[in-house]
Design a protein around this ligand. Sequence first.
Ligand code: 9MR
Length: 374
Amino acid sequence: MDMKKLLFVGFGCLLLSGCASKVPETPVTLKSALADKFYIGTALNQAQFSGRDTEGIRVIREQFSAVVPENCMKSEVIHPEEDRYDFTQADQFVAFGEANDLFITGHCLVWHSQTPPWLFVDAKGKEVSKEVLIERMKAHITTVVSRYKGRIKGWDVVNEAILDDGSYRESKFYKIIGEEFIPLAFQFAHEADPDAELYYNDYSMAFEGKRNGVVALVKSLKAKGLRIDGVGMQGHIGMDYPAIEEFEKSLLAFAELGVNVMITELDLTVLPSPKMDVGADVASTFEYQQTMNPYADGLPEDVDAAWTARYNEFFKLFLKHQDKITRVTLWGVSDGDSWRNGWPIPGRTDYALLFDRNHQPKPIVNLIIKEAQQ
Ligand code: 9MR
C-alpha cells in the first residue's frame, strides 16, 4: 500500500467510531492503580537484576514502582573482607533500578545476620573493642552509602535490633558497642548522604512489646536531633498471625511519631508453622515433611480463597492509611522466588506472593487494583 492510501485508510478509521475502540488500552497495573497512593515495590534477586529472569523482569517493569535488594547489599556480600568491598551485584541492582525508573531503597547497613566473619574479631580471632567496631561500622556505612549517593533514595539503616518484648537484641553490635550503635549508624548514614531517607526496619511489629520498643527508639533518635524518615514494618505474615487490629495499632503508633510508615518485606505464607507442631528433630523425617508441605501439587480452592481474602484485608488496611504509608514492598516477585519455600523448613511449596510460579497475576492483583480505584 502506498503512503497516500495509508493516510486515507487511517483518516477513514478515525471517522468510523468502530475503529477507535480497537486502539488497545493501556492495561491497569498495580503501579498505575496505586500511583497517587504509595510506591508498590518488590525485592530483587540476582537473576532479576542481572537480566537472566526475563519473565520476572517483565512483571517488575509492568507492575512495580520501587525496588530493594533481597540479599546483595548485606554486609557479608558487599564487604567480604575488611579492606575489600565487592560491589558487583549491588552496582547491577542500582543500574537496573535506574534503567527502569524505580524508587531504589538500600537494604541494609547494620544487621546482626549475614555479617562477614571478620567484622567482630581481630586478626587473632579476639573480639574487637567498642572503638574498633564503631570505626568499622562507620567505614562500612560511609563507603556503601557514599557510593550510591543521590541514587539510592532511602536506606534501611538498622534492621531487627529490637526483640518482641521491646528490649534490645543481644547482637554483637549491642554487646560490643551498647545501644548507641543505633544512633551512631543513623548519624554516619546521614553524614554520607544528607539527602537520603533513613529507616528503621523490623519484623513482628504487631506485638505490643515491640511496638513500644520501636516507638521509644524512634523518639530517642529524634530527641538526639538525628534524621529518621520512616519505620519499615516487615510484612512476613501468616494466615493466623498477626491480628490485623494489632498491626494497625502499630502502624498508627509509628505514624504518630511523625515518621512515614512503610510496609516492607510483605509475603503471606499459607503453610503450617512447625513451632505449633512437633519438635524440630522430627522435621527431617519423610512423614513430617509431607504433612508440613501439604500443597506441593497446588492450593485447594478454599485455601486459595482464604489466602486471597486475608491479603485483601491487609491491602484494604494499607489503602485506608495511604496518607501515612509511603511504600508497600513485596518480598519477591513470583511464588517461586520466595524465601518462604525454604524457611523454616527447606524444600516446601509456598504461595506467598502476588504472582504465581508462571509469573501470572493471581486474583488478588485485580482485587487490589479495584480497591485502589474506588
Ligand atoms: O529473603 C532473604 C533470604 O534469601 C536470605 O537467605 C535471608 C538470610 O538471612 O534473608 C532473607 O531476607 C530477610 C531480610 O533481609 C530481613 N528480614 C527477614 C528476611 C527473611 O528472612
